[in-house]
Design a protein around this ligand. Sequence first.
Ligand code: ASP
Ligand code: MG
Length: 411
Amino acid sequence: MARIVLKFGGTSVGDVERIKNVARKVEQEVKAGHQVAVVVSAMSGVTNQLVKHCTDIDKLHDAREYDAVVASGEQVTTGLLAIALQSIGIPARSWQGWQIPIVTDDTHAKARIVSIDTTELEKRMSTGEVAVVAGFQGVSPNGRIATLGRGGSDTSAVALAAALKAERCDIYTDVDGVYTTDPRIVTKARKLSRITYEEMLELASQGAKVLQTRSVEMAMNHRVRVQVLSSFEPAPGSELPGTLVVDEDEIVEKEVVSGIAYSRDEAKITLIGVADRPGVAAGIFGPLSDAAINVDMIVQNVSEDGKSTDLTFTVGKADIDRAVKVLEDNKEALNYQRIVSDPNVVKVSVIGVGMRSHAGVAQRMFRALADKGINIQVISTSEIKISVLIAEEYTELALRSLHTVYGLDAA
Ligand code: ASP
Ligand code: MG
């Protein structure tokens, strides 16, 4: 008898009919003899609405009260799913984060899970009761409700699976798995049957929206077997199940490139005429980090005259105005000539563990983009990833060309 965790996202619990449908899926697992915990999101659209209520009253709202408001969406779905289960004869009980408890740190609105006490849950699950757990929330050390950041119920599910030592964590969502790239843009994108934790982590953090990045980190650290699958009926002829996120040694054939992600969430800033001397980078990025602005890609050009150079970097699009302001406020101290910002960029990343053992992967990317006349503005790499920043208008063209060049196109 295995213990499993199932997680259902917002669209899967989007209305009462869908919640009844989820109850029938849970019933199947119970009938198969499993001990089941279910983690649910808020009904689709609800969290957005709750966030809006907060900002409509005050943009600078208190994070503790924001958490009190936005966590309520999940409370509703836990109760409704428990009722749906009970009504088809499956014993079930709802659990809010504080009731378990799922203890977090005190960074309200983006809290991290510190510990989960599963004693009571395990006792009840062993009697056949389904635990319906609110995703996205926990209780902070000061005893208040805390939320885990948008998309956080993936992390709740993986954390619970780790704490329960569950055999698997099935994440039901509105797509039927992880694809080589966004199938809405590249029609030849393929569903991957397996992907490594590391690749999934890069895909998620480089813009693929299937799983919250932190949930993948958590799965990797605790070796939780995660499966991404659709809660809707499979299209006729489509193969089940979804995508399994696993350890590298469970994958025999390692692709050089497994997936291509893109993100339109970044913007580019260039400081022109920056003095070329020690301490300049620290001087620039210090004030940005003090303002809690994350910097992602960075390039510094070599100066021709040894005196001044240009420095280009990216920040989140949402932070661009603040970033420019911080830099302008410090113009005198930083001693640059001009500042240029450009929000119309996209970051395209090719990802694959096979890169570690293959040469020429970056070169193929650069060649493919050059052949299409696409200019690369910034490059950054990790052991299993190459990212380039290009003009946003080339997103589709770049994704399609790279998908073909790396042999990812469906037959
Ligand atoms: N309901 C929350 C959100 O929309 C958490 C989640 O769905 O994962 O961000
Ligand atoms: Mg989600």
